[in-house]
Write a protein that binds this ligand. Structure first.
Ligand code: URA
Length: 250
């Protein structure tokens, strides 16, 4: 594997950050400074250090993707482009990666990709209730009544009863970041993830979701420096937050 790729995977840095620390001579392979980002290294066998600190190999990989609209959260699809098609050739070949849960084709934002089946299962398990935060562009302003209805749990339609959810207005900076051109929006935090759940909950209150973006999951926030379609490894800290989010919920 390329040195810059491995440093990125082991540290959670982006590829360009990894290249930067390599060219600055901060990375050693088996005790020797290596400044060539394309240098081939062995994931298991070579010992890498950054600023003298040993980087250890992770059994699994954990990525956050800023999912663009128009891609499906599946490993394969006959017609549409899948989120896996956004991965580098190296990641496509090497890893048995899959998305953690689903976002609709037109939904954007945080989608975790991993090859850790156990953590993925826990994150989407209804028993664990990992929080998911969405920002929604709406057809009309939310009311105090909508907030109460979301908070008390609602019968959405014939098939769906939703658990209590937190609906709130966006702060000014949040709104400015989310809809720079202006518009009506709200934030909703769910503890479950049923099919089209956010859209159906708003529809049940006579509203309409015009655009939906997931901002956070299990306490991990979307890195807003990732353009739609870009991804990076989770940092150690983000991974711990995710693991704790499922542990603490029992
Ligand atoms: N709720 C929806 O309606 N769509 C999504 O993609 C995610 C949650």
């Amino acid at each position: 594997m390329r040195l810059d790729k491995l440093v990125a995977e082991l540290t959670g840095m982006t590829r360009s950050q990894a290249r930067d620390v390599i060219v600055k001579g901060r990375v050693c392979v088996n005790g020797e400074v290596k400044k060539t980002t394309a240098e081939q290294v062995k994931e298991e066998g070579d010992v890498l250090t950054l600023d003298g600190k040993t980087l250890t190999f992770q059994k699994f990989v954990y990525y956050m993707l800023n999912k663009p609209a128009g891609t499906v959260s599946a490993t394969q699809d006959r017609e549409a482009k899948t989120v896996l098609s956004l991965l580098s050739a190296e990641d496509k070949k090497r890893r048995n990666l899959f998305p953690v849960g689903r976002l609709d084709k037109d939904t954007e934002g945080l989608l975790l990709l991993t090859d850790d089946g156990m953590l993925s299962h826990q994150l989407i398990s209804p028993k664990k209730h990992a929080d998911k935060l969405y920002f929604a562009k709406l057809a009309r302003e939310i009311t105090e009544e909508d907030i109460t209805v979301f908070a008390s749990g609602m019968r959405v339609d014939e098939e769906l009863t939703a658990m209590p959810a937190v609906l709130r207005r966006l702060s000014e900076p949040e709104l400015e970041g989310f809809l720079p051109g202006g518009g009506v929006a709200a934030a909703v935090t769910l503890h479950e993830g049923k099919f089209h759940q956010v859209k159906r909950m708003f529809a049940a209150t006579g509203n309409e979701v015009l655009y939906l973006k997931r901002m956070a999951m299990g306490g991990v926030c979307l890195d807003e420096t990732l353009a739609p379609g870009e991804y990076r490894s989770l940092t150690e800290e983000e991974l711990q937050t995710l693991q704790e989010s499922v542990r603490s919920e029992g």
